[in-house]
Design a protein around this ligand. Structure first.
Ligand code: PGA
Length: 252
């Protein structure tokens, strides 16, 4: 069985006092044994990597929210895989829809970022998902298929370690998650697609859901077939909500 995983994406929210209290409360709410049962990852803004690593329970891993496609060089503002690794990140998000839409992370860039992460043994959490327009025009499956095909076009060593996050773009930050049927059907499709690409990959690769995950819907979503965990935005900024979502995953 695949180990379940829960990932918090703090996005560009912070402020040391907030982060300090979030770390303290997460430490109180997550027991030692949790690390054996599931993986917990916090994708935090880069300036806080060090603080969070030093102050949060060791059974919680740190992740980056983005990684440069380049190794090093004159790329002002970029953060390389080796820097992320030096600052304790075991994971990185790649291709989050906010990056795809606002920062030009296209399929080609995403492939390069995956390779950078794998070269440094950082686990890529690669986001896929359709826009509202694509959903309304019955193009959801085509859109996700194209994104997944692009990811596995890269046959780099370690590609079987990636995590796929299905995040319908129209559910992100809206407070409205996809329906259970939509999630179940898309996860089945993603699992089938990965299996078609490589049967061995499909036994390893975890597929998680993201998009307005909350304590109210997590239990039902996590109970669905082919859902191996969740990617949580807004609710990861509240220790109470995030711990509640972790507990729902533990119960499944
Ligand atoms: P949300 O964000 O939980 O606030 O919808 C999810 C994400 O952006 O990964």
């Amino acid at each position: 069985m695949k180990k379940k995983i829960i990932i918090g994406n703090w996005k560009m929210y912070g402020g040391l006092p907030n982060i300090k209290s979030l770390c303290d409360l997460l430490n109180l709410g997550t027991c030692d044994f949790v690390g054996n049962l599931l993986d917990i990852v916090l994708c935090v803004p880069a300036p806080y990597f060090d603080y969070v690593r030093s102050n949060v329970h060791s059974n919680i891993s740190i992740g980056a929210q983005n990684i440069s496609q380049y190794n090093d060089g004159a790329f002002t503002g970029e953060i390389s895989a080796s820097m992320i690794k030096e600052f304790y990140c075991a994971y990185t998000l790649i291709g989050h829809s906010e990056r795809r839409m606002l920062f030009g992370d296209n399929d080609n860039v995403i492939q390069k970022k995956i390779i950078q992460a794998l070269n440094y043994n950082i686990v890529p959490i690669v986001c896929v998902g359709e826009t509202l327009n694509q959903r309304l025009n019955n193009q959801s499956y085509d859109a996700v298929l194209k994104q997944i095909t692009n990811i596995f076009y890269c046959s780099h060593n370690g590609i079987d370690n990636i995590i796929l996050a299905y995040e319908p773009v129209w559910t992100i930050g809206t407070g409205v998650a996809a329906t259970l049927t939509q999630i179940r059907d898309m996860h089945k499709f993603i699992s089938f697609t990965v299996k078609n690409i490589n049967e061995y990959f499909s036994k390893k690769i975890r597929i998680i859901y993201g998009g307005s995950l909350s304590p109210c819907n997590a239990m039902q979503i996590f109970a669905l077939d082919n859902v191996d965990g969740g990617l949580v935005g807004n609710c990861s900024l509240s220790s109470k909500y995030f711990i509640s979502i972790i507990n729902k995953l533990l119960l499944n």
